[in-house]
Design a protein around this ligand. Structure first.
Ligand code: LIP
Length: 276
């Protein structure tokens, strides 16, 4: 059983490390960095992604040697992505790497702690705009220390949707993106795209947007966003309905269950393979 003091100790430690990592990102976004590609020419990774992930993992390992880690870049270099019941830190060192490379000020560090395969801590930090989103299980969700709450929007015709084109050239996935644009745009107040799953989820948690879905994201993109939204009173489920499968690379979140259900009824579905 994890005590509240332990959760506070885990939170204080990762918050300190996240702030230091934020300094690094602010420096590098000015200096410019070497950019490499992963699965395709728009799936980017930089030395800063790797540096931030090492900083967070080394710092957490020193303080909590029995904890496990799932980091975007360590998985990319071959480590298996497995979420057990042990305390596991799920890390996206720079979510919105494309934005970081272009100095478009919407990238963030996204880090979550899972215990018994459920998130208990979530931090999403945009160091460029100094937006610090935090959540601890059962203790609410915050932006820069102010409590946040999802909107009350319950119908699509009043909803602002966060929607991504993604960083995949895979033809079937691109077709699904276009199909969902055609299906959804006439039904909504509007769509917005931040280029970061975590920041999209933060917009839903603070009530600035009412829903977000994406096919192709990974557990590290959504780990912190999930607890931020549920602690802010929203829902995070599978896009066809039913419970979120964190390794399925699919997510739908919304301010209310009614709104989420409306989306499940009209989305064109896509099942990314391989799973996380
Ligand atoms: C990004 C996600 C975003 C998705 C992009 C990319 P990254 O993560 O946050 O939602 O649309 O394709 O995967 O690669 O910047 O960490």
């Amino acid at each position: 059983m994890t005590s509240a003091e332990n959760i506070d100790a885990y939170f204080d430690c990762v918050l300190g490390l996240t702030k230091i990592a934020g300094e690094l990102i602010r420096e590098k976004v000015k200096a410019g960095v070497k950019v490499n590609t992963k699965d395709c020419d728009i799936d980017l990774v930089t030395e800063t992604d790797q540096e931030v992930e090492k900083l967070l993992i080394n710092g957490l390992k020193t303080n909590f040697p029995s904890h496990k880690f799932i980091g975007e870049e360590t998985v990319a270099s071959g480590q298996k992505c497995e979420l057990s019941n042990s305390p596991t830190w799920v890390i996206d060192p720079i979510d919105g790497t494309m934005n970081f490379v272009h100095a478009f000020p919407h990238c963030c560090i996204s880090v979550a702690l899972f215990i018994d395969a459920a998130p208990v801590i979530g931090i999403i930090y945009n160091p460029t705009l100094e937006q610090l989103f935090t959540a601890k299980k059962g203790q609410g969700a915050y932006l820069n220390g102010e409590k946040i709450h999802v909107s009350k929007v319950a119908t699509m015709n009043k909803a602002l949707l966060m929607m991504e084109n993604g960083t995949s050239r895979e033809p079937e996935r691109v077709k699904t993106v276009f199909a969902n644009h055609q299906i959804l745009i006439p039904k909504l107040h509007g769509t917005r795209t931040l280029g970061s799953a975590a920041l999209n989820m933060a917009m839903v948690a603070m009530g600035a947007a009412d829903a977000y879905f994406e096919f192709g994201i990974h557990i590290w993109d959504i780990g912190a966003g999930e607890i931020l939204i549920t602690e802010a009173g929203g829902v995070v489920i599978d896009p066809v309905g039913g419970p979120l499968d964190r390794c399925s690379r699919r997510v739908l979140c919304a301010s209310t269950n009614d709104l989420a259900v409306e989306f499940t009824k009209c989305l064109q579905q896509y099942y990314p393979m391989p799973r996380d």
